[in-house]
Structures are given as structure tokens and as C-alpha cells.
Design a protein around this ligand. Structure first.
Ligand code: PMP
Length: 286
């Protein structure tokens, strides 16, 4: 049986139960952080990397958190066991907790952990044929490197993409530099080299992006350059793709009204996809 399952501070609850106080700072200010981990074959993929980033995000916002790696691994296991979900994603959120509404950090509050697991939609067919993106101005704050709950800029960008019939919004800053997708990192292939925005404060240091850069590309003998580029560089490239935990490696074959190269999935994107699937199999299907 497959069920949505949820935990509050490590205790199983019914996801429909009202458990959050109205003065939770996550609810009032978006004062918190989150992670999403993909589940394949009933096992979490790259959970350690996600938990490492969670602790980095918590540290960046000075949120005091009492759970250990081991607690978090156990909580993931509990959710998977309870739900019976084999192909899904775990959403984990930590807020600074409940306090009277004042902007500055409260003297006393305890972090609130909530987690849930749901099945994911199969996007493997779309990954084979590729999909469309649109360029949108990047209106987000200047700490996109923190995986915070404040996602309004991302939400508005994604909504524009959806309304334009596109899969993803590819964002660019006022100076024309392309940063990342609304919920993904962005890569461009030109003359056999992968280009992607450097991991600065302007993008999330995606776990999928890092895996492509440090593991898959070297394994395939592909060079990677972390460098700024603009929209015309993208439109004149050979291949483009977005990547992320649930997105995996998704070829973008058209942006706005312009096809990228001949408007089909490129050879290098395919190679990356195959190598990524192999990595999933090695970790989750043994
Ligand atoms: N950038 C943004 C803005 C995202 O929301 C995501 C998805 N979490 C990513 C990049 C990709 O990160 P990851 O590979 O860690 O999922």
C-alpha cells in the first residue's frame, strides 16, 4: 500500500492534521530552510549530501537544531516504511519555531521539524524528448545559495513559465547574466564543454549540479567551466539543460521562440542522463 506519510518532530501524524501554530516563524516570515530528497526503489538517493546542505542552510540562518544526522536518517526510514512509497520524494522543513511576531530572532524558540513523503510523477518520457523554457528576469534576493523557505521569486518565475506552456523559467539578472531555473540549475553545452553559473550567492549549489560537475563529467571526459554567460550565449549554444533532484537532467530544446541548435536532445545531454541513471542504480538498486 502506498500512502502519503508525515512526521512532526519525528512523530508520525496524519498529513491533514492541523499541527502548526499560527505564530510559527516559518508561516509568518518564511524563516526556515528545507530539503527535498528523491526516493528510488524505496531508498533515498544522496541523502548525506542533502543533510550536509540542510546543516549548512541552518547555520547560515543561525537556527539552533537539536537533531543529528542519525536522527534524520531514521526519520527518513520511518517515512519510507510507513508510506510504502518506492518512487517518491521526501520534503523536509525546519523553521525557527513559534514566537510572538517580531522581526529579529526571538530569545527563545525551538526549531520545528516537519517531513512528508509523496510519490513523484514519472517524467522519463519528457527527459527523452526534451522540453521548453522561457527567460525571465531574476527578481530574487541576493542569498539564493541558502535553501530558505522564501521562494516567492521562484514561484512567480515558475508561474510565468507554466502560463507560457513551458517547463522551466530560466532566470537572468539585470546585467544579463543567466543564473538558474526557478527550481533547477542550468547548464549549457558549447563545443563539447559544459558551462554553468559559478556557485556564488546568486544560485543554489544544487546537489545534482555538483554531481554532474564533480563525478559524471570527469567520468565521461567532459570539461566543465563555471563561468558567467548571457542569453545570447545560451541561444547560440549546442545544448541546454536544467538539473535538480526531482528534475534530474532535463534537456531544454527551445527557449522563448528560439530552438537550441536543431531543437532536439543533444548527444552530451543523453550521455549525462545515462550516467546519472547508472549512478541511481548503483546506489538505490542493490
Ligand atoms: N536551484 C533551485 C532554485 C532549486 O529550487 C533547485 C531544486 N532544489 C535546484 C537549483 C537544484 O538543486 P538540487 O540538485 O540540490 O535539487
Amino acid at each position: 500500500m502506498m500512502n502519503v506519510a508525515a512526521l512532526v518532530d519525528g512523530k508520525l501524524i496524519d498529513i491533514g492534521e492541523p499541527v502548526i501554530f499560527m505564530e510559527d516563524r516559518g508561516y509568518q516570515f518564511g524563516d526556515g530552510v528545507y530539503e527535498v530528497t528523491r526516493v528510488y526503489n524505496g531508498q533515498c538517493f544522496m541523502l548525506k549530501s542533502h543533510m550536509d546542505r540542510l546543516f549548512q542552510s541552518l547555520a547560515a540562518l543561525n537556527i539552533i537544531f537539536s537533531y543529528s544526522y542519525e536522527d534524520l536518517y531514521n526519520f527518513h526510514q520511518m517515512l519510507l516504511k510507513e508510506s510504502g512509497i518506492m518512487e517518491g520524494s521526501v520534503y523536509l522543513q525546519v523553521t525557527r519555531g513559534v514566537a510572538p511576531r517580531e522581526h529579529a530572532f526571538p530569545k527563545k524558540s525551538s526549531a520545528q521539524l516537519t517531513m512528508s513523503v509523496r510519490p513523484v510523477k514519472d517524467q522519463s518520457m519528457l527527459r527523452k524528448v526534451g522540453t521548453k523554457g522561457i527567460f525571465v528576469p531574476d527578481i530574487r534576493w541576493l542569498r539564493c545559495d541558502i535553501k530558505s523557505l522564501n521562494l516567492l521569486g521562484n514561484i512567480l518565475a515558475k508561474q510565468q513559465a507554466v502560463e507560457a506552456g513551458c517547463y522551466e523559467a530560466i532566470q537572468y539578472r539585470d546585467n544579463g547574466i543567466v543564473t538558474e531555473g526557478a527550481s533547477s540549475n542550468f547548464g549549457v553545452v558549447k563545443n563539447g564543454v559544459i558551462y554553468t553559473h559559478p556557485a556564488t550567492n546568486l544560485i543554489l549549489k544544487g546537489i545534482t549540479r555538483a554531481y554532474i560537475l564533480t563525478k559524471l563529467a570527469p567520468r565521461l571526459g567532459i570539461s566543465v567551466v563555471e563561468q558567467e554567460f548571457d542569453r545570447s550565449f545560451v541561444l547560440n549554444s549546442d545544448e541546454t539543460f536544467v538539473c535538480g533532484t526531482t528534475t534530474e537532467i532535463m534537456p531544454i530544446i527551445q527557449i522563448d521562440d528560439q530552438k537550441i541548435a536543431n531543437g532536439t536532445v543533444g548527444a552530451l545531454s543523453k550521455k549525462l542522463q545515462i550516467a546519472y541513471i547508472k549512478a541511481i542504480q548503483e546506489e538505490c538498486y542493490i
